[in-house]
Design a protein around this ligand. Structure first.
Ligand code: NAD
Length: 301
């Protein structure tokens, strides 16, 4: 039986770990937030006092943390403590599912390789609903061996599993996707508000656009206008879901990557600017579909 250590039990990691437990795996969890740990132990997880304690005897370690600095200190260590690379065996497979910069993923991958340990970046798409339903898309970067070995756990948490290339490639594909997602979310929001301002019912307009040439994921699964769709953050005061602060992070990563490769990404740059502005107005902890409010709350002429 596969034993898994799961580090980072937030909006995404919590439900992902829960699906591994439901599949009968032995899962030892760790998070800095005791309440998040308790939610998982109530569902059958074991807990450890530290990330190293959780990982030491696991076949597979999965991390789901906010940003690159958290991932780097988890695996490589910091002034606060030992890194996982110092405690896991060479048979342990390390899978980081966080969305981080490709350079940090590559650094951790190189350090792991020096010790003969397999590391793979496997950022996800599909949101909190996909995490709960076990239908995430995993975008993997790593060796063919690590990719094959990871299938047992990834198939429990996801419906689509891709191998994008070597370590770091998963992160590049992920930030391309999130840059596009942000552009679609902003465009959908301004289009819906234009319709509302001109007397249309946003539900009717959404139904029309969903099956027309403007149709996209945000209209199908994540409508940003409150009360158009049930069970999405916009119908719950933009709570839960994917935080604006995390989208700002991802759009920063895509712009840094574009600078490094001299790529032209004008829509991504504009979307970043709009999201930074939204976060600076105090909305960083809301779901990213709350960008709709930037258009809905404008003063009318
Ligand atoms: P979150 O803030 O809800 O969860 C992060 C968790 O990590 C928190 O519980 C926090 O306490 C814990 N944590 C932070 N530092 C830690 C450490 N050193 N050791 C142990 N635990 C630590 O974030 P989330 O929404 O779950 O996102 C996690 C990652 O997944 C991010 O990189 C995000 O960009 C990515 N992502 C999120 C979504 C989404 O819809 N929320 C979708 C795809 C990808």
């Amino acid at each position: 039986m596969t034993t898994v250590a799961f580090i980072g039990l937030g909006n995404m990691g919590g439900p992902m770990a829960a699906n591994l437990i439901k599949a009968g795996m032995t899962v030892t969890v760790f998070d800095l937030n005791p309440a998040a740990v308790q939610t998982l132990t109530a569902q059958g997880a074991l807990s450890a006092k530290t990330a190293c304690g959780a990982a030491a005897s696991a076949d597979v370690v999965i991390s789901m943390l906010p940003a690159g600095k958290h991932v780097q200190s988890l695996y490589l260590g910091s002034e606060q403590g030992t890194g996982l690379l110092d405690v896991v065996s060479q048979n342990t497979l390390l899978i980081d599912c966080s969305t981080i910069d490709a350079a940090t993923a590559q650094l951790v991958g190189q350090q792991a390789a020096v010790k003969g340990i397999s590391f793979m970046d496997a950022p996800v798409s599909g949101g909190t609903a996909g995490a709960a339903a076990g239908t995430l898309t995993f975008i993997c970067g790593g060796s063919q061996d690590a990719y094959s070995q990871a299938q047992t756990v990834l198939k429990v948490m996801g419906a689509n599993i891709f191998h994008a290339g070597d370590v770091g490639a998963g992160q590049i594909a992920k930030i391309c996707n999130n840059m596009l997602l942000s552009v679609l979310m902003v465009g959908t929001s301004e289009s819906l508000q234009l319709g509302i301002d001109n007397g249309l019912d946003p539900k009717v307009l959404s139904d029309i656009m969903k099956v027309s040439s403007g149709g996209n994921w945000t209209l199908e699964k994540y409508n940003p206008c409150p009360d158009v769709m049930e069970n999405v953050p916009s119908s719950n005061q933009y709570q839960g879901g994917f935080m604006v602060d995390l989208m700002v992070k991802d759009l920063g990563l895509s712009q840094q990557t574009a600078m490094a490769s001299n790529s032209s990404t004008p829509m991504g740059a504009l979307a970043r600017s709009l999201y930074v502005n939204h976060a600076r107005q105090g909305h960083g902890k809301l779901d990213f579909s709350s960008i709709f409010e930037q258009f809905a709350n404008q003063n009318k002429k």
